[in-house]
Write a protein of this length. Structure first.
Length: 244
């Protein structure tokens, strides 16, 4: 019962945070959904209306799946790829049948390491993503002979939310942990709620790259979990078990 009464801040966009919030609350935690990322759809690129023209369509995030579907493209793609388990679940909910995705990791490196991603010479590949981000995936697929296009369909922005109630709850001892899924979310959270919280709270992250970013920002305690909601939940449980 280590999570009973624990206040855990979730920084995902609200629609993406709710499933994990329910998992926490089943364990007795108080899930505090405080989005530090806002997903803003962009004008849909024409490539989304031609998904079945591509040999492979790579979705970078759950938001990429949701926003692509909102444009009512021909669905499903002939073959889809997901960078991580959350994106894979979103594709499965959308009835995609053929999906390539890594297990136990959620990054471009893990996807690129899969056997199905090696021999792509002459294949047409579409990467559905948001603005910005690393170029590793596209560069690597191009180097493997694929013809790569991008469908940039959303941007990530800092919400305009009042963090005063959250800060007050923390000062009253009602906030015990912070979960962030991206470096940008952590930066936005610090700008919205204050660097004092970033330094004071244990920060749970799903990737070493985000952990390094958090430490560079002055976080005193960073806890690394495997990718996926269930591993993140179990990491939270183990952390607070050790303190009970």
């Amino acid at each position: 019962m280590s999570l009973v009464g624990r206040g855990v801040v979730l920084t995902r966009p609200r629609e993406l945070a709710e499933p994990f919030a329910r998992l926490l609350e089943r364990r007795g935690a108080h899930a505090i959904v405080f989005p530090a990322i806002e997903i803003q759809p962009l004008a849909p690129p024409s490539s989304l209306s031609r998904l079945r023209d591509y040999d492979l369509v790579v979705f970078i995030s759950p938001s990429a799946v949701r926003i692509a579907l909102a444009t009512q493209p021909p669905w499903p793609p002939r073959l889809a790829a997901a960078v991580g388990p959350g994106t894979r679940r979103e594709l499965e909910r959308a009835s995609a049948r053929a999906i390539i995705a890594p297990t136990g990791a959620a990054d471009s490196e893990a996807l690129l390491a899969l056997p199905e991603m090696q021999n792509l010479r002459g294949k047409r590949v579409l990467i559905v993503r948001g603005e910005g981000g690393r170029g590793l995936l596209a560069d690597s697929l191009t180097a493997r002979g694929a013809v790569v296009e991008h469908a940039v369909c959303y941007r990530r922005a800092k919400p305009t939310a009042d963090a005063a109630p959250l800060v007050a709850a923390w000062r009253q001892g009602e906030v015990d942990a912070l979960v962030v899924w991206t470096a940008q979310a952590l930066d936005n959270f610090g700008a919205m709620a204050g660097e004092e919280l970033v330094a004071a709270l244990p920060i749970f992250v799903p990737h070493e790259r985000i952990a390094q970013h958090a430490r560079a920002r002055g976080a005193r305690e960073v806890v690394l979990a495997a990718a996926g909601d269930d591993p993140m939940l179990e990491r939270l449980v183990a952390y607070f078990d050790a303190r009970d």
